[in-house]
Design a protein around this ligand. Sequence first.
Ligand code: SAH
Length: 360
Amino acid sequence: MGADRLDDVSEFERTELEHAFQALGIPPFHARQIFRWVYRRGVDDFSSMTDLSRPLRERLAETFTISTPRVAHRDVSSDGTTKFLLELHDGKRIESVFIPDTPAQTFCVSTQVGCAMRCAFCLTGRMGMVRDLTAGEIAGQVRVLARELGLLDTSFNIVLMGMGEPLHNYDQTMKALRVLADRHGLAVTPRRVTLSTVGVLPALERLQGERFMPNLAVSLHATTEEMRDRLVPVNRKYGIADLIEACRRFPVSRRTRITFEYVLLAGVNDTPDDARRLVKLLSGVRAKVNLLPLNPAPGIPFERPSDARVNAFARTLSDKGLTVSVRKSRGRDIRAACGQLIVEGPAPSPAQRAAALMRD
Ligand code: SAH
């Protein structure tokens, strides 16, 4: 880190903080206290950490900072889903979503500002890739949302399904999960975390060796290479055949399965043939399927199929023994649903708005 910026506690795993303390001659057990303050109580200034001596608090404040994303805006949907617009230290903005009672409480967090994957039906892809989030910014979303919603003491699920492709920002994402799992912090266990990916194969192979193993969701969306090339451009590099093969080898524990997400686009990938091909493709994989009827948005050149069409597709899968769920869209009225997260450029200033009115 540059000499002009203090070391940022939010970017440290607890053991890293212990080592940093040791090097400074500070007893390492204080790292545990600080993790409790930061992650369990949502406190991010040293002066409020009353179980540390005053001289230690002062010394820490001279050496370290604890950065926290700032809540710039929040929207509450009629179904209770809450979308947070968060501002990072460099002014970049991301969105994170709280989804109540599904049946657990769930936080949907971002791993990048924008996304490089450019899936044809996803609004975030329209932004292009702006930058990776740091581990502290990924974990920070959970810390801020839990604090704002008064949920620091409850248990909740985390889905890496916000903006960005987690396996395209592998190291920071995995580090964030270790921080969130720390037993002196939020203690979120791996089985409460789901990582959703388009299937960046080298990273998927690497994930198999992780000690912290989240649940896996794979955004499949098509049953032929041609169609997936069109809908999920990364398929041109890592095709369906190799992706499914990697999933077949993926070490899922006895109780769990890989979720395959499949966005349904009217007249594009929702035919009876698609359903049959999907069954065949997934045979022998410990799989369940989550159907996502498209959440339409301006500028997205696809339509949502009728409920009858969605049900027929689901029926074909379940008749062949696949476990299927249809994702209920939450928060569509505030554009918080899947694929609807996008941060537009800065809002026009009052003067710009007035000028636009006069032109009309
Ligand atoms: N990049 C990761 C994480 C995003 S998760 C991934 O692609 O898996 C968001 C999920 O919502 C993905 O399955 C994505 O394909 C899906 N999605 C994107 N746009 C959507 C839309 N307009 N309607 C419904 N689902 C969408």
